[in-house]
Ligand binder design. Sequence first.
Ligand SMILES: [Zn+2]
Length: 155
Amino acid sequence: MKTSTFRIVPLPTDIAEKARRTAQSDADDHAVITVDSPFGYPCRHCLRWAQPGERVILFPYASIPAGHPYSETGPIFVHAEQCERYSATREYPADFRNGRAFRAYDANYNMIDAEVANGNDPESIIEKLLQNPKTEFVDARSVTRGCFTFRVLRA
Ligand SMILES: [Zn+2]
């Protein structure tokens, strides 16, 4: 297998755990939802689609921190029950080969490029965006709803 030039960064476990604790305290901005469709609820921690009957937590996450022109907080899902953080970080997550847009950011969190996978191989898009020396990281997002899915760094 070709060695990838990138490293997938799933949501940190402490953020998933905090969301689970906060949801238990009935916080208004943390909703517990029972999944009703197989491709509607991507868990940002294990990087899999949550399956019908499983419960997920919907909560706001600052994928781009406050204090920058491109600062952004948006809704994400994690499994309500413990799940294993995605560990095959040198491989593109198989569940999200379709329906992702890729945004390249520089070291100051400015968005400098973006591309939609559109059935193309997402690895080649990521590699192309990372070839720009100004690219610090690439964020994968839902192409339809725009929600942050995972981050990609250079390997
Ligand atoms: Zn999960």
